[in-house]
Write a protein that binds this ligand. Sequence first.
Ligand SMILES: C[S@@+](CC[C@H](N)C(=O)[O-])C[C@H]1O[C@@H](n2cnc3c(N)ncnc32)[C@H](O)[C@@H]1O
Length: 381
Amino acid sequence: MGLPNVFCMNGGSDEFSYAQNSTLQSIIVSQTRAIREDAATEFYSTFFPESMMIAELGCSSGPNSLFSALGIKEAVEHKCIQLRRSPPEFHLLLNDLPSNDFNTIFRSLPCFNKQQMLSTEKPVKCRGELFVSGVPGSFYGRLLPSRSLHFVHSSSSLHWLSQVPPELLDGQYLNKGKIYISKMSPAIVAEAYLMQFQRDFSLFLKSRGKEIVTGGHMVLTFMGRSRGSDPSSLEYSYPWELLGDALTQMASEGIVEEGKIDGFNAPYFSPSVEEVKQEIEGEGSFSIRTLDLFEAHWDEVRGSKPCNIYDYKSMAGDGAGISHAKQMAKGVRAVVETMMRSHFGEGIMDELFLRYTELLEDYYSRNKAQVTNIVIALTKI
Ligand SMILES: C[S@@+](CC[C@H](N)C(=O)[O-])C[C@H]1O[C@@H](n2cnc3c(N)ncnc32)[C@H](O)[C@@H]1O
């Protein structure tokens, strides 16, 4: 089954929503701020567009959906003040799969606009108008007209594949007892995942290559690995390995069918820096400005809250008194619950994530509470 049918973040703004549990992703967005804003201001001061078309791909629904675009807008407005120019208009295109909770973002816009008015001391003439539209669809394919975009941003989204590699579903279960690449998986499993990533990422680049104007920029951040690293290394695979372990425990107690685990593989892949570089160079639409690896650590949580555009009593990310393991488990639940529920059934979710939290507590007692990311800044040739 293709990803669009079973995949969406938990919508709304309740305890298990993505909006309330996307703190780690907000740390990642904050860590890449300078790269994004440098690229945007460089584009603006080279081409001076009257209207700047920005796309946020895999926007989801939560405080991060608008955060990057807001930073880009402010950075460009600041540049305009330095250059004594009127600011451009900004058109923000929010993309995600059609199943995404776009309504929650759109409902938050009046509050967001009001916050912007209050938080800036810039005179009105130094502020560009912001127009927001939704673009539902898969970013593994065309979303927008040719040469219509100036700046594309995507964070914490491109590690999601368009589908589980079909080679894993070929009549027999190749990754028995595991739900992602593991030390126990036969070599063909990692090969199948890499091939699916290569097909998807080159299609992504080809599609954006048509949509972005020459000289336009794209900044992408997603889970990744260091050069030459083993994808089954726990350092990269622990979120899935431990979720698989929680399911295995439950299978051993008869709560989950073993065959259900054999038949589930995560539509996810964290590529290495050279695997990413090879695809960009092979596809040929973009030149590389930046290609870096960085760690997002749970310790960064406090103070990294991006922007409270939702009317929450307590916003995601405060994390007061909550262990890193609990926060991570809630974050992962907000992302994978819909998909896990459709495969394993709704009844096991609370138990599954309780056990997952315990396994994460143990893992973080011996290892750093962090995830590795790749950030790439590209220019359309
Ligand atoms: C973990 S969320 C990240 C959301 C947001 N960018 C952030 O940083 O918090 C990943 C998002 O990517 C979206 N996504 C995954 N595959 C996609 C695809 N093929 N096309 C568009 N969106 C996709 C998911 O629906 C989800 O909303």
